[in-house]
Write a protein that binds this ligand. Sequence first.
Ligand code: CIZ
Ligand code: SF4
Length: 319
Amino acid sequence: PAQRQVLREEIKALLKAKDAVLVAHYYTDPELQSLAEETGGCVSDSLEMARFGNAHSAQTLVVAGVKFMGETAKILNPEKRVLMPTLEATCSLDLGCPIDDFSAFCDAHPDHTVVVYANTSAAVKARADWVVTSSIAVDVVDHLAGLGEKVLWAPDKYLGAYVQKTTGADMLLWDGACIVHEEFKARGILDLKRQYPDAGVLVHPESPESVVAVADAVGSTSQLIAAAKDLPHQQFIVATDRGIFYKMQQAAPNKTFMAAPTAGTGATCRSCAHCPWMAMNALENLAQVLRSGDQEVFVDEATRVLAMKPLQRMLDFSA
Ligand code: CIZ
Ligand code: SF4
């Protein structure tokens, strides 16, 4: 603990010395979330991370999260330096949607408006008409459906199915999934509810439809934190990354939170309610990247200019 404190103090001094601000996702380690809070950075979902980094005056953005979040920061802030604790942290949705296959899919359906989730590479965003996060996916697709547009959606098939069901839009879905949310099981949640009959169930729509069906609230990370505070329940079963418990506990200090059950439990479960890529962010590599300045994010300029358009559309829509 004394050593952690020394490391924290070193990071704080480095952030100041390098004119850098720490932007951390809800799914990162509480150690990083609290450090971002203490140093005037932010802890949030990917939409707010993008907004915060864009508005902040610091010349260096340090993004604790996964690769697409660092790329988004760079696309929006080409003049700033964007560092990540490790460039190795990626996402199964990004990995499952390679640009060549995706581009061919778009070419095959030229009459569709292309809407991609923020959890994609810069190259995939560059091919899209719209970028959305889970907090505004329903609103954007509802808007497009109202204009009579057909939607090609990528990459998360569960979030896509949820948006389709909620809006009634005409949607073609890419076959991708988040390895964390895909593992939650409705049967396990119902079993746990028999033990805690008064518990509310909070579900992120990257989860399978059967899990969404047993929810008391369905929404993005920010929306689930708000629900934890606003719903009358004193206990919650939570179907999203357990990194979120840090902020949920802050929002509702007297309530208790349990991770929703997954199929595989114990040491063999690589992604039980915690993203293995988010988990790559730590105090040690954060300090290291601030000392060395390596692990810098670059996006080639032609891609960046193209990806900027659908991203800006998202920010303008949700402003
Ligand atoms: O699952 C993720 O990576 C999420 C929820 C990202 C985000 O939009 O904050
Ligand atoms: Fe990707 Fe899922 Fe990890 Fe989010 S939690 S970064 S969607 S693998």
